[in-house]
Design a protein around this ligand. Structure first.
Ligand SMILES: Nc1nc2c(ncn2[C@@H]2O[C@H](COP(=O)(O)OP(=O)(O)OP(=O)(O)O)[C@@H](O)[C@H]2O)c(=O)[nH]1
Ligand SMILES: [Mg+2]
Length: 310
């Protein structure tokens, strides 16, 4: 099985161990997170994601550890396939210190000419302060400071442990860079979404990591609603051992949608396929036949997944 090394860096208290805990648990982790102690040196964990063996490293961010990583960067940073860098957005007094650490870490990758994908998480962007102007302005300044790294692929995410979807989006996007042919799945999803008027289609692995998804114009509030629904269904599917689950609900614009979540086995891995289509009030038949037509696409999906996993 191919091995990939992913690293979580950032200052102490930025929230690295918190988001790793959230990713692992997905529900009911808030109390646990509040009691986390600073990480000592590096916590290493392994998990499987599809056909990859992922080795995750949570780099304790206290200054004595940072000094050591930067003193021996080759020992700590060599062979990185994907980097997550976290910054605590609620602590503007430490932005400078965090930028400085980021720059020093990047110096190593620059010297090595390792053009790895970098996910920068503007973390602790909690739902109740998301609209705060000051916070947004500061986040923008932080981003602007990273524009100088033109040769790197840097992606920004606003994340919070109070919004599991925000964390899973950042994490899933990062992991998707570990697959060379992932674009194939994206364009296929875009294509079938257009053909069948799909509002949202998502292929999720059995641990809740999104492999690929496509949204037509959906508002954020609806995406969250759908993701929460997915998490609920995930519990049910697991408890009741169901293969398929259909539901129907209302979007924030008042329109109804039909959805289906199905357990699929593609290339010997279990996935959840989630599809939402808008209900046509006068023509429910049409909605049903669209869902049937999508069913018939599974063979094609199997082919694409097997190509991505080779
Ligand atoms: N408001 C808010 N607080 C958070 C969030 N994520 C983490 N925290 C808080 O930040 C504290 C520190 O988080 P940790 O995950 O331990 O930080 P760390 O980056 O692992 O720190 P080191 O291990 O010392 O490098 C936690 O105890 C949480 O209470 C978030 O999204 N919003
Ligand atoms: Mg930690």
């Amino acid at each position: 099985m191919p091995k990939k090394s992913i690293k979580f860096l950032g200052l102490d208290f930025a929230g690295k161990t918190s988001i790793i805990t959230a990713i692992k648990e997905k529900f009911g982790y808030i109390e646990k997170v509040k009691e986390l102690k600073p990480t000592r040196y590096i916590e290493r964990e392994e998990f499987q994601f599809l056909n990859l063996e992922i080795i995750s490293h949570d780099f304790g961010g206290q200054v004595q550890y940072r000094d050591d990583y930067l003193k021996y960067p080759h020992r700590y940073l060599a062979n990185t396939d994907l980097l997550f860098y976290l910054i605590d957005c609620q602590d503007p007094e430490r932005y400078g210190e965090s930028l400085d650490y980021f720059d020093k870490v990047m110096e190593y990758f620059k010297e090595q000419r390792e053009n790895i994908p970098i996910m920068v998480l503007l973390h602790k962007f909690d739902p109740e302060i998301k609209e705060n102007r000051e916070l947004n302005k500061r986040a923008l300044v932080f981003k602007q400071n990273l524009l100088k790294y033109k040769e790197f692929q840097i992606y920004f995410f606003e994340t919070s442990i109070y919004d599991i979807k925000s964390i899973m989006d950042a994490f899933s996007t990062g992991l998707s860079f570990l697959f060379e042919n992932i674009e194939m799945l994206y364009s296929y999803f875009e294509d079938i979404s257009k053909r069948y008027n799909i509002l949202f289609i998502s292929l999720i692995d059995s641990t809740g990591i999104t492999v690929g998804e496509y949204y037509s114009a959906l508002r954020l509030i609806d995406k969250l609603k759908i993701y929460n629904l997915y998490l609920e269904v995930l519990k049910k599917v697991k408890m009741e051992n169901k293969e398929k689950y259909e539901f129907s609900d209302i979007l924030s614009n008042g329109k109804r949608f039909s959805g289906v979540i199905e357990v699929l086995n593609l290339s010997n891995f279990d996935f959840f396929l989630l599809i939402l289509i808008e209900e046509e009030k006068e023509n429910l038949e049409k909605t049903i036949s669209a869902l049937d037509a999508i069913e018939a696409e599974k063979d094609k999906m199997e082919v694409i997944i097997s190509q991505i996993l080779t």
